[in-house]
Ligand binder design. Structure first.
Ligand SMILES: [Zn+2]
Ligand SMILES: [Zn+2]
Length: 658
C-alpha cells in the first residue's frame, strides 16, 4: 500500500499552524508515552484510523484535508487527537524524513480542482483572478503564493495535493486563494523559482494627469520651494487628490510628502529637509515614467498602489509589538513602533518624527502615542483598541476609542505568521529578489520588515570600521543572514546590551527591516527574543539595562569611513540639486553655475559618462541663459531631471549594497 505522503509531509510547524502550539505539545507527549494511549490501523484504501483510549476515534481518509469532523470528539476545531493521529502515523511509518523535493502547484490538475470547487465557486474565482491581482510566487519544497492585492498568503506543504494548501484567511481549506494561487503558478515562466505575476487587463495610462504632474513639478523647480506661492501649493494639493482618485495611491502619497516639506519650509520648521523634498521629486519622476511607459518590467500595481492600499478604518484591533526602530533622516529622526495586526498578519507602525536633537533614543521613545502609552511600551506589548485608521503606508492612527496595553509572552512562532516570519533565509532572499527597487515598490511600512526564526549564531563582534555590532545568524537549514546594528552615541546602552546577549548564544527571533546586500540577507534588528527559562525582549535602539562593561571597542574613536570618490560625488550632486530645488532655477546665478561646473569637472575626473552628459547639457542651458533672450527654463529642466533621477538611482544602489 502506498504511504500517506500527505500526512508524512506535514512538519511540526505545519501542525502547529493547523492547531496551536499548546495542543501540539500535548499531542507529542501523548504519542510518546508508554504504553501508547491509542491503536492505529491502516485500511486497504489508505484510510488511517486511530482509536484513543479516551474513546475518541480519528478517521483520516486519503485526499481529505485535516478537519475537526474527522475526529469523533466534541471539539469544534482541530483537536489534539487529530494532531496526535498524524504524529502517530509519522512515528510508525519507517519512512525516514527525506527533504521534500521542490514542486510547482501549477501542476495540480483541473480534475483535482473540480473535486473541491463547485462550478459557481470556480466561475467566481475566475472573475476575481481576471479582475487584476498581483501575486508573488515562490516554487520550492513548500511553495508559496502571496497576494499583494488581497493581503493573503497561501502555502502548499504537501506536493501535488491541493487539500493541504494553507491560507491565512478564514475560509475552510482549500480556500479560494489556494485555487487562485494554482492558476498564478501556471502563469509563471517554467524556469523561474520565484517571481511576480500580475493578472487582468492592463491599466489605462492616465496621460493627462501625468502631464499635469510634470507641469507642476517643472513649475516648482523653476520658482523653488522658497518661491512656492499659495496658488502653487494649492495646485500640488489638487494634484494629490487627482492622483488618489485615479488610483495612483503611491504617487499621491509622495506628492503629499513633498507638500509637507514645502509647508515645513514655510513654517520655519527645523525638520525641513531639502534632500528629502528632492527624494520625493525624483521618486515622482520615476513612478510617472514607469506608469507612462508601461513596459511590464515592474507590475503597475506596485508602481501605482491599489485600492487595498488606501486609508482604511479598523474596528477592534489587536496589535502585537515587534520592537522599536529608528530611522535617521538628515534633519530629524523617526521612531517607529512596529506592530503586527493580529487579524491580517500585516506589519504596521506607529510613527513619530522628532527634530534632530542629541537626546538618546530611549528618551524620545518615552513619548506617549496612544492615550498614555509610550512608543517604547507599545513596541514591547500588545495593544487592544476598539478602533483606529490605517494610512496607505500602514501607519496606525489611534482614534478616540478606549485602548489597553497588555503584556505579551513573545511566542512569535504562533503569534507571527509567515511570510512576516521567515523560517527559511533562502526563501526570504528569493522573496526580496522579486521586489523592484524602492522607488517603484509598495510604500507600506512592513514591505521589507521580517521576523527571522534563528537556530544558531556565529562571529559576534563589534566592527570598529563600520561602528556596528555584527553577527552571522543561521536558520535550521544552516543558511545564513547577517545581523547589523549601527552604534551611535544615542543608543550606546542598547548596543552594549545587544553585544553582551549575543555573545551568550543565539536569540530565538530577530525582527527588523531586511535587505539584500552582496546576495546576503541583512537584518537591522529592532527587537530580539531571547529564551532563558522564560522569554525576554531586547530592543537595541532603546534598551537601557546597564550591561557588564564591554570591550573598549565602543569607546574607540569611530574610524573615518574610507573616502569613496564616487559616493562623495553622488552626495555633492544631491546637495547641489537640493539647493537648486530650494532656491529655484529662476534664481540660479553665476555662483550656482560655478558650483555646477566644479561638479562637472569632478564627475569627468571620475570618468562618469551617462550622468555627465545630462549634467553638461544642464550647464550649457544655464550658460545659454546669459546670452539668449528666448531662453526658457524648460531647456534646463529636462537634463536636470534626467540627472536627478540618475543620481537618485545610483544613491539607492549604493545604500542598499552598503
Ligand atoms: Zn478529537
Ligand atoms: Zn484563503
Amino acid at each position: 500500500m502506498l504511504p500517506r505522503t500527505d500526512l508524512l509531509a506535514l512538519s511540526v510547524e505545519d501542525l502547529a499552524a493547523l492547531a496551536n502550539r499548546g495542543l501540539l505539545k500535548r499531542a507529542e507527549r501523548e504519542v510518546q508515552s508508554d504504553p501508547p494511549p491509542y491503536t492505529l490501523r491502516t485500511q486497504s484504501d489508505g484510510t488511517i484510523e486511530v482509536v484513543w483510549t479516551d474513546g475518541a476515534i480519528c478517521t483520516l481518509p486519503p485526499a481529505t484535508p485535516l478537519d475537526e469532523r474527522l475526529c469523533s470528539c466534541a471539539a469544534t476545531t482541530i483537536c489534539r487527537h487529530l494532531v496526535g493521529a498524524v504524529l502517530a502515523y509519522q512515528r510508525q511509518s519507517d519512512h525516514p524524513e527525506e527533504p521534500a523535493a521542490a514542486w510547482d502547484p501549477g501542476q495540480i490538475e483541473d480534475a483535482q480542482i473540480e473535486r473541491y470547487f463547485r462550478k459557481t465557486a470556480l466561475a467566481q474565482a475566475r472573475q476575481q483572478f481576471a479582475a487584476g491581482q498581483l501575486i508573488e510566487l515562490v516554487r520550492g519544497n513548500k511553495p508559496m503564493a502571496r497576494f499583494h492585492t488581497l493581503a493573503h498568503t497561501v502555502r502548499y506543504p504537501v506536493p501535488g495535493d491541493l487539500a493541504y494548501a494553507r491560507c491565512d484567511c478564514a475560509e475552510s481549506p482549500p480556500c479560494r486563494h489556494a485555487l487562485l494561487g494554482v492558476w498564478a503558478f501556471r502563469c509563471l515562466a517554467a524556469d523561474q523559482t520565484a517571481g511576480l505575476v500580475e493578472t487582468g487587463e492592463p491599466l489605462p495610462v492616465p496621460g493627462m494627469l501625468l502631464d499635469e504632474m510634470e507641469k507642476v513639478l517643472v513649475e516648482l523647480l523653476a520658482v523653488g520651494i522658497a518661491g512656492c506661492s499659495a496658488a502653487l501649493a494649492a495646485r500640488l494639493r489638487r494634484l494629490a487628490a487627482a492622483c488618489e482618485q485615479a488610483e495612483l495611491v503611491w504617487p499621491a502619497e509622495v506628492v503629499l510628502e513633498l507638500l509637507q516639506e514645502q509647508e515645513r519650509y514655510a513654517a520655519h520648521d527645523a525638520r525641513f529637509c531639502a534632500t528629502l523634498a528632492l527624494d520625493c521629486l525624483a521618486e515622482l519622476c520615476i513612478r510617472s515614467d514607469a506608469i507612462r511607459s508601461h513596459t511590464g518590467a515592474v507590475p503597475q500595481r506596485f508602481v501605482r498602489g491599489t485600492t487595498s492600499d488606501r486609508v482604511s478604518d479598523r474596528v477592534g484591533v489587536r496589535l502585537v509589538g515587534l520592537g522599536l526602530g529608528v530611522i535617521l533622516r538628515p534633519k530629524s529622526v523617526r521612531l517607529v513602533s512596529y506592530l503586527q495586526d493580529a487579524d491580517s498578519g500585516e506589519v504596521v507602525g506607529v510613527l513619530r518624527e522628532f527634530a534632530d536633537t542629541t537626546r538618546p533614543f530611549a528618551e524620545l521613545a518615552r513619548t506617549p502615542v496612544v492615550k498614555d502609552i509610550s512608543l517604547a511600551a507599545l513596541a514591547a506589548g500588545q495593544l487592544v483598541t476598539r478602533g483606529g485608521k490605517y494610512t496607505p503606508e500602514r501607519q496606525f492612527l489611534p482614534g478616540r476609542a478606549p485602548a489597553a496595553l497588555n503584556p505579551q509572552s513573545y511566542e512569535w512562532e504562533t503569534l507571527v505568521r509567515p511570510p512576516g516570519r521567515a523560517d527559511d533565509f533562502a526563501e526570504l532572499r528569493a522573496h526580496l529578489a522579486t521586489l523592484p527597487p524602492a522607488p517603484l515598490r509598495s510604500r507600506r511600512l512592513g514591505t521589507s520588515f521580517h521576523i527571522l526564526a534563528v537556530a544558531g549564531i556565529e562571529d559576534v563582534h563589534f566592527s570598529t570600521v563600520d561602528q556596528a555590532v555584527q553577527a552571522v545568524l543561521r536558520d535550521t537549514q544552516g543558511q545564513s543572514a547577517l545581523l547589523v546594528h549601527p552604534f551611535t552615541s544615542r543608543n550606546r546602552e542598547g548596543t552594549e546590551a545587544l553585544l553582551a546577549r549575543l555573545a551568550q548564544g543565539p536569540p530565538r527571533f530577530v525582527a527588523g527591516p531586511v535587505r539584500v546586500a552582496a546576495s546576503q540577507v541583512v537584518i537591522e534588528p529592532v527587537a530580539l527574543v531571547f529564551e532563558n527559562g522564560r522569554r525576554s525582549l531586547l530592543q537595541p535602539w532603546i534598551d537601557t539595562s546597564t550591561a557588564d562593561s564591554l570591550p573598549d571597542a565602543l569607546s574607540a574613536a569611530p574610524a573615518a569611513p574610507p573616502a569613496d570618490p564616487l559616493r562623495s560625488f553622488l552626495d555633492q550632486a544631491w546637495e547641489a540639486l537640493a539647493e537648486l530645488l530650494v532656491i529655484g532655477l529662476d534664481r540660479a546665478d553665476e555662483l550656482t553655475l560655478r558650483r555646477w561646473r566644479a561638479l562637472g569637472e569632478y564627475g569627468a575626473a571620475l570618468g562618469l559618462v551617462r550622468a555627465l552628459s545630462c549634467l553638461e547639457q544642464f550647464i550649457a542651458a544655464l550658460e545659454a541663459r546669459q546670452h539668449r533672450l528666448d531662453w526658457q527654463v524648460k531647456q534646463a529642466i529636462e537634463p536636470l531631471l534626467a540627472f536627478a533621477v540618475f543620481i537618485y538611482m545610483a544613491r539607492q544602489t549604493f545604500s542598499s549594497s552598503g
